[in-house]
Write a protein that binds this ligand. Structure first.
Ligand code: ZN
Length: 453
């Protein structure tokens, strides 16, 4: 397949009349200043598509159901209560239908790939399915159906709290001790051979609350390959609990106790001291930021300006999937910093375009976090690409080097005309090629689950 773009972001440079060839999912040649040929797929502005580095797909079906406050209850209560009600009823069929819907929405929003932080493994009550990886296989099936690039992250979840409390209620569906978890990961790696060739299987110790220091160390010793993702320092209560139990704040503890390097992605990392922020940046790990979800859950504000100044890598994820919007994810990140600092254009090192810094940074960091050789348009990289239409009124007056500012701060959703996941051309004319079958299946799965509540 050959794509011709009037304008494209090639590496960090804007170029005109770009032709690129895709072979076996990767970019095999790049030519600048070429006229389109009859068989080319012609687009307006071609960009590297982002990786969505953190998702819990099934939570998409809860969006809009928990924006109420219950009298006398803490604010997180409605969200957590509904999640556990969902978990008591969620079937393998629901899992696949919900994931297909949200993966499709991600691609239409401009994400070529997703890191699925997958923690629901077992039947209600905690009994394993006859195939231990049943629900992971449903995620693989949804990735095949949508064509999205998948980095599957089976979650190790052993305890109900930092003092190794036993799992209860809805948590029983998450639970594995380390031995069974390692079997599950092996099983997922075997099954991934039947998925798209660019599928990656990593590991995700859920958090310092749900795994013990001993298990974490054994896990890292026994599963040395693949990306490692972990939730960390999302809420103040968690920071206090970990500090009381382990004698140190979560990010500081992890950086000292584990060999955190560029294979790691620390999800949220919201509550960090200045020293923790600088140390995380030095480690080479990616900070997995989920600005829309963090705002929705009231988590707090990431220490972004200090982290960026220290050269820290970052990417973005849609986490709870309350909204799937790539521009909104990036602008929420920047706006949180502006509101805190009472300042403008915060997330830039020294000088330059905020939109470009956010977009290009999240493209490279997201790909790194998902172990995808992607994140920029360059020969040899995976063809994770998105095209947008600059004739839209919010972009038509902008110069090339203002386009990403327009996309991040001014444009509505829905400007993505085309999207390729490892060369698979899944969004065409603004619509996912399988939308007409995915949406009805999703709506009937939601109705079926709600009928069981
Ligand atoms: Zn999460």
């Amino acid at each position: 397949m050959t794509i011709h773009a009037k304008t494209a972001l090639l590496g960090s440079e804007w170029v005109s009349s770009l032709r690129i060839e895709i072979d076996a999912g990767s970019i095999s040649s790049v030519e600048i200043g070429e006229l389109p040929q009859a068989s080319d797929t012609c687009v307006d502005v071609l960009l590297p598509a982002l990786a969505n580095l953190h998702s819990h797909a099934f939570q998409r079906a809860m969006a809009g159901m928990t924006e109420v406050r219950a009298a006398g209850k803490e604010s997180f209560w409605t969200w957590r209560t509904l999640m556990y009600q969902f978990l008591d009823r969620l079937t393998p069929e629901h899992t696949e239908a919900f994931a297909a819907q949200v993966f499709m929405e991600m691609q239409e929003a401009g994400y070529a790939s997703v890191g699925e932080f997958h923690y629901v493994h077992h039947q209600p009550g905690g009994a394993p399915y006859s195939q231990l990886s049943e629900l992971s296989q449903r995620i693989f099936a949804a990735a095949l159906q949508t064509g999205i690039g998948l980095t599957h992250l089976p979650v190790l979840y052993t305890y109900g709290g930092v003092r190794r409390e036993p799992l209860t209620g809805g948590q029983l569906r998450f639970g594995n001790d380390l031995d069974r978890f390692l079997i599950l990961v092996d099983d997922c790696r075997g099954k991934a051979n039947q998925a798209n060739a660019d599928t990656v299987v990593g590991i995700a110790p859920h958090s310092l609350r749900a795994t013990s220091p001993d298990d974490l160390q054994r896990l890292l010793d026994q599963s040395p390959t693949g990306p490692v993702h972990i939730h960390i320092a999302e809420q103040v209560q968690e920071v206090e609990d970990v500090q009381a139990m382990l004698g140190q704040r979560p990010v500081g503890w992890l950086l000292e106790q584990a060999a955190v390097d560029e294979n790691w992605c620390l999800i949220h990392a919201t509550h960090m001291t200045g020293a923790e922020t600088a140390a995380l940046a030095r480690s080479g790990a990616v900070a997995g930021l989920c600005p829309i979800t963090e705002a929705n859950l009231g988590d707090g504000i990431f220490n972004g300006s200090v982290y960026l100044e220290a050269g820290g890598r970052f990417g973005v994820g849609s986490d709870s999937n309350i909204r799937v919007s790539l521009p909104e994810e990036l602008r929420t990140l920047e706006y949180s910093q502006r509101l805190r600092d009472q300042s403008r254009a915060v997330l830039v090192r020294s000088e330059g375009s905020v939109g470009h810094t956010l977009y290009a940074g999240a493209a490279l960091g997201g790909a790194r976090a998902l172990a995808r050789d992607a994140g920029e348009i360059s020969v040899g990289k995976l063809a994770d690409l998105m095209a947008i239409d600059r004739s839209h009124p919010t972009l038509c007056g902008l110069a090339d080097d203002q386009l990403l500012d327009g996309l991040c701060f001014a444009a509505p959703d829905g400007l993505v005309t085309d999207l390729w996941s490892a060369g698979r051309h899944m969004v065409q004319d603004g619509k996912h090629v399988s939308r007409d079958s995915i949406v009805p299946a999703y709506c009937s799965a939601v109705a079926d689950l709600l009928a069981r509540l």
